[in-house]
Design a protein around this ligand. Structure first.
Ligand code: HEM
Length: 491
């Protein structure tokens, strides 16, 4: 009986109220645009409620995901207005405008992600937080992730995990690169964040719950038993329990060591536990546990996807592959002859390999944009972004702009070494790791991990890749997980 009342009265009534609220909000947003005057970006709000979302999603599923942006850019200019995923929005495809948004002088822009993401991230997640606490957390985590000590230590762990994984590839036919790299990089990430080893029973638990949690990141933001979001939130509760236990155990073990500032932090938990605020206050334990989980989000999927896509692009580009092999074989021979261990700097100084990584990041656009909300009216390059509007700084549109990159759809790592060109990885037209005060603190660690993977792959195996395609929505993936068949390299 209760269900009948819910289905026939309450549900339609709630939907109606929701619809009306949305329509009033849309009218209000349009009115604001008209009041503000000035050069407000042109564009279309599309259909009532759904706006231009269907077109946006359809282009995400196509082989050219930036076609949504390109079409509007050609009609309205580099910065335009639209209405997607339930929100009116200003989209920037302009590197200079993106730079100002990322630099965020005056703290005008705050992160503003789709509702399902906001629900799943805690309020005190670094990804949503603003102001002094975000800057402090960014600085301490960045300081740790970028430290030469961590890179030196983690290089050995990454090598061990990767070699172990690669040693099994010969017996698998095919090898699903996306699956294999995901497994290894998850273990490395968990080690960096909380020193859990791959054989530890917690590793399996963390993996299982994290997979369940992450499925809800892009879904309908409806939260009741049975929905995707609800299941993901429950998985996050279980994850929090495990991580809180690990944090508490660590606190009990290390308080004295950290209090006396002895030794270097082993992982992100040590870093956060060891932090003393200005008033000599420690960060609360639930804050630490929450942030450890939320720090897994930007790192977990991106690194293995760059590895997978580099394999895909190299398979289709024999010139680049043979140059990679030459460069990496030279290093391997040098190391074999001298009997020395690899240093993290050896991997980072493989210049062509770094260009392959740049080109993969440019084309694959794992994090294709950042979402912000303007806290006040702001004018950038003559465009007015009104207060409370969502702004999407699109990196993929810039990375695929043919005025910046010749033949942008062609995988061409050689473009990064052309002299006289203005392409380098600190260029404002190349922002796979974002920029400004939120520049990815995992940038160097990611590059190191990907370089180690590519080095050991190309110096151990030759491979033949099966046909597969890149799917760009809701996140970048290979449709068939990139199956390949490997053969050993004869030195
Ligand atoms: C190829 C791999 C990666 C890519 C492409 C990437 C990309 C990004 C981007 C674009 C941002 C900026 C988001 C924004 O401005 O709102 C970001 C932030 C962040 N990334 Fe990464 N990331 C990668 C790997 C990692 C790894 C491995 C870690 C952790 C170990 C990590 C931790 C973070 C954190 C904590 C932030 C938030 C920083 C803040 O808001 O202050 N990322 N990442």
């Amino acid at each position: 009986m209760e269900w009948v009342i819910i289905m026939s009265v309450i549900l339609p009534l709630s939907l109606f109220v929701l619809l009306m609220k949305k329509l009033i909000k849309e009218k209000e947003d349009d009115r604001k645009l008209k009041i503000n005057g000035g050069n407000i970006p042109k564009g279309s709000s599309g259909w009532p409620l759904i706006g231009e979302t269907l077109d946006f999603i359809a282009s995400g599923y196509s082989s050219k995901p930036v076609s949504f942006m390109e079409k509007r850019k050609s009609m309205y200019g580099n910065v335009f207005k639209t209405h997607i995923l339930g929100r009116p929005m200003i989209v920037s495809t302009d590197p200079e405008v993106n730079k100002v948004i990322l630099q965020n002088q005056g703290h005008i822009f705050i992160p503003y992600y789709p509702k399902s993401i906001t629900e799943l991230l805690g309020k005190s997640s670094i990804l949503q937080m603003n102001g002094p606490l975000q800057r402090k957390l960014h600085a301490i985590i960045g300081g740790f992730l970028r430290s030469p000590q961590l890179k030196a230590r983690i290089t050995r762990s990454i090598e061990d995990s990767l070699k172990l994984s690669l040693s099994t590839w010969l017996h698998k036919s095919p090898v699903f690169v996306q699956q294999e790299t995901k497994q290894t990089t998850f273990e490395v990430l968990v080690k960096v964040l909380m020193s859990v080893e791959s054989k530890d029973p917690d590793m399996e638990l963390l993996k299982r719950e994290y997979e369940e949690f992450i499925k809800g990141l892009i879904c309908f933001p409806i939260k009741f038993p049975g929905t995707r979001l609800y299941k993901s939130l429950k998985a996050k509760e279980r994850l929090l329990k495990i991580v809180t236990r690990i944090v508490k155990e660590r606190k009990a073990k290390i308080t004295t060591i950290l209090d006396h500032d002895k030794g270097l932090p082993n992982d992100a938990i040590d870093v956060l536990l060891g932090d003393k605020g200005e008033a000599n206050e420690r960060l609360p334990l639930d804050f630490i546990s929450g942030n450890i989980i939320e720090m897994m989000i930007p790192g977990e999927d991106s690194v293995p996807m760059v590895m997978t896509l580099a394999v895909k692009f190299l398979s289709d580009c024999p010139n680049a592959l043979s140059r990679m092999q030459e460069e990496n074989m030279n290093l391997k021979r040098r190391k074999c002859e001298s009997g020395e261990d690899y240093l993290w700097t050896d991997y980072m100084s493989l210049s062509f390999t770094q260009n392959v990584i740049n080109e993969t990041l440019r084309m694959a656009n794992i994090i294709n944009a950042v979402w912000r909300k303007a806290l006040k009216d702001v004018e950038i390059k003559g465009y007015i972004i009104p207060r409370d509007w969502c702004v999407l700084a699109s990196f993929s549109s810039v990375h695929m702009d043919e005025e910046i990159y010749e033949n942008p759809y062609q995988f061409d790592p050689f473009r990064w070494e052309k002299e006289g060109g203005n392409l380098n990885s600190s260029n404002i037209a190349f922002t796979p790791f974002g920029g400004g005060q939120r520049l990815c603190p995992g940038l160097e660690l990611s590059r190191l991990e990907i370089s180690i993977f590519l080095h050991h792959l190309v110096t151990t195996y030759r491979w033949v890749a099966d046909e597969d395609v890149i799917v760009n929505f809701p996140t970048v993936k290979m449709k068939k997980k990139l199956p390949i068949k490997v053969m050993p390299v004869c030195i």
